[in-house]
Structures are given as structure tokens and as C-alpha cells.
Write a protein that binds this ligand. Structure first.
Ligand code: ACO
Length: 311
């Protein structure tokens, strides 16, 4: 019966065994995974837009090549993650439709505009830095294809984070105008980066179940704290001012205490009313429509091959 199956399933999770696509799993586990992995995939793909916006304007040929490679990596991450989601019995077309009709979310951070070259540095450093914090812990997620995807993605994200921080070092140690640009990007991207970890644990709808099933291995607040702590010395090294005026070392906790996030802004952005939400989806729809001929050609080729095999 279903109870016995669920108990056996939980025992496997507790024993740190990976769940594989053909294994039995509770329906809610499958649904939760489809939700999280597909939203993760959408984030990688939509995340190409804010940075792609700077490929032609990067300040040197070397910077263009590096940024182009990074943006292409993000496309690759999206593809691994869509494939991982498809192993759960849903099609790519359904996933894309959910992104485009707004029923599936993607990371809030990608609805903020990239106004300066400094923003490209801040995204690599802070946004990819926050993503790594989360993804390192997801390398131990209970679903095999997701965990394996994360291992590979983390390697590439480390390179992304370093290229961003290196841009920040050059700007922060450059002319007064460059240093100001770095400070301005840090100020604008710091808080939205903290929002990437999601609502407080007490407000997080999915956390308790996801932790029990080891889909998530660390909670939103714990991961956010890790990121806050690791970012302090990085800001110091750049010689920039910390955007959080309430930041204070807490000897007892062994962590920094910090100011409160603007949760109203977070809710607005995840509900479709951020700066660039409409633009991001419109661009995705346009690119998807323009790529229709590639999918048609692929289908026609597959059909021809199948017909040839059958005859
Ligand atoms: N941006 C957009 N939506 C968010 C965010 C965010 N930063 N944080 C939480 N949400 C959404 C959740 O998706 C969920 O919405 P849903 O029920 O419609 O699916 C809702 O807010 C409630 O949040 P939680 O219950 O805390 O959701 P969850 O347990 O899924 O935790 C988290 C959110 C931490 C983002 C988790 O899904 C996760 O670890 N995902 C994988 C990592 C990831 O997606 N990274 C993307 C950015 S990294 C990059 O692409 C470079």
C-alpha cells in the first residue's frame, strides 16, 4: 500500500541513497522537484538576458570573449536542468509554456536591469556567488540527475564568480569614477542578491517538505547567512562601503547580524511587477518564436528517419 511505499522511500532518503528516474516516488516529491528544477532551469535561461545586454559593449575584446563564454555556459546549465526535469515525466514544451504564461517562476534577481559595466561585475560576483552558495548544497540533493547536474554546474559557476569579482577589483582600484561605478553596482545588487535565497524559513511554503525529502539540504536563511558572512571580507578587500548599515558581527552566534530585506519589493518582483519582468518574458517569447524553424526542421528530420527505419 501507499503508506508502506512512502515509508520505504523516506528510509532510502534517510540512508542518503539517490532517487533515480525510474524509482518509485511520491507524487508530491515528483511535483515539487519539477517545480524547483524547472524554475532553476528558467533562471539560467532568463539570466542570459541582463548580461547578454553587455556582450557588444564590454570594454575590450578579451572582456567580450569572457562574457560571451559565460553567457553560453548559462544556456548550457539551462539545458542540463531541463533534461533533468524531463526525466520526471514532463516535456520541454510544457515547461517553456509555464514560463511564458507566468505560472512558473524564475529567480527574482534577473528582473533588475544592467545599467553599467559595473553591474556585469556585480552580477558575476554577487549573483553567481549567491547561486554557488545554494548550488554547492544542492550537489547533495536526493534526486540523482539533479545532484549530478549541480556538480558540473558548480565548477562553471566558480569561473563566473571569479570573472565578476575580477571586474570589481579593476573598477574598485581604478579611477575615482570607476570606483564610484563599482560602489553603485554593489549598492543596487546587494539586497536583490540576498533575496535570491527566498523568503525567511518561517515564510517558506516548500522548505519543510523539501528538507525532509532532502531536495533542499540547507534552509533559505542558513544559506543566506553563509553568503552574508562570506561577502563581508570581499567588500573590505575591494575597499568599498558595505550597503547594509545595520551589519554587525555577533560574537555569540559567530555570524554577522544584518538589516532586514525589503520583502515587499521581493513579493512585487516575484509576482511579475519588477523592473524588467515583462521585457524578459517578451524577449523569451520572441526568441522562442524565431527558433521555431529549428524545432520544425528537427521534427521533420526525426520523422524522415523513423519512416526510413520502418520501411
Ligand atoms: N526568485 C523567484 N522566486 C522565488 C525566489 C526568488 N529568489 N525565492 C523563492 N521564490 C518562490 C518559490 O519558487 C516559491 O514559489 P512557487 O511556490 O510558485 O514555486 C515561493 O517563492 C515560496 O518560496 P519557498 O517555499 O522558499 O520555495 P523553495 O523551497 O523552492 O526555495 C529556492 C526557493 C531557494 C530558490 C529553491 O527553489 C532553490 O534552491 N532553487 C534552486 C536554485 C535556483 O533556482 N537558483 C536560481 C538562481 S541561480 C542562477 O540561475 C544563476
Amino acid at each position: 500500500d501507499i503508506n508502506a511505499l512512502e515509508q520505504k522511500f523516506q528510509a532510502r532518503i534517510d540512508a542518503e541513497q539517490k532517487i533515480e528516474p525510474k524509482d518509485w516516488m511520491p507524487d508530491a516529491y515528483r511535483k515539487n522537484l519539477i517545480r524547483q528544477i524547472s524554475q532553476h532551469a528558467h533562471s539560467e535561461v532568463i539570466g542570459m538576458q541582463p548580461e547578454g545586454n553587455w556582450i557588444t559593449r564590454a570594454p575590450s575584446l578579451r572582456r567580450k570573449a569572457v562574457l560571451l563564454a559565460k553567457v553560453q555556459d548559462e544556456a548550457g546549465h539551462g539545458l542540463y536542468l531541463y533534461s533533468a526535469t524531463e526525466t520526471l515525466g514532463i516535456s520541454r514544451a510544457e515547461l517553456i509554456a509555464a514560463l511564458q504564461d507566468g505560472s512558473a517562476k524564475y529567480a527574482s534577481i534577473f528582473n533588475y536591469p544592467t545599467q553599467t559595466w559595473g553591474d556585469v561585475g556585480a552580477i558575476g560576483w554577487l549573483v553567481d556567488g549567491a547561486a554557488i552558495c545554494n548550488q554547492v548544497s544542492l550537489q547533495r540533493t536526493s534526486y540523482g540527475p539533479y545532484a549530478r547536474g549541480m556538480i558540473r554546474i558548480c565548477k562553471e559557476e566558480s569561473f563566473h564568480q571569479r570573472q565578476g569579482y575580477q571586474i570589481m577589483i579593476e573598477l574598485a582600484h581604478g579611477t575615482p569614477e570607476q570606483k564610484q561605478m563599482a560602489q553603485d553596482s554593489l549598492n543596487r545588487f546587494y539586497w536583490p542578491s540576498l533575496m535570491m535565497f527566498g523568503p525567511h524559513d518561517s515564510e517558506s511554503a516548500h522548505s519543510a517538505r523539501s528538507m525532509q525529502w532532502k531536495i533542499k539540504r540547507e534552509t533559505n536563511d542558513d544559506l543566506r547567512q553563509k553568503f552574508i558572512d562570506q561577502t563581508v571580507p570581499q567588500i573590505e578587500y575591494l575597499g568599498l562601503e558595505h550597503p547594509d548599515k545595520d551589519l554587525k558581527w555577533n560574537e555569540e552566534r559567530g555570524h554577522y547580524d544584518s538589516g532586514e530585506i525589503d520583502w515587499e519589493e521581493f513579493q512585487n518582483v516575484i509576482n511579475g511587477n519588477g523592473h524588467c519582468n515583462r521585457q524578459r518574458i517578451q524577449h523569451h517569447v520572441k526568441a522562442h518564436e524565431e527558433g521555431a524553424w529549428v524545432r520544425d526542421a528537427q521534427n521533420a528530420y526525426d520523422q524522415k528517419r523513423r519512416a526510413r527505419k520502418a520501411s
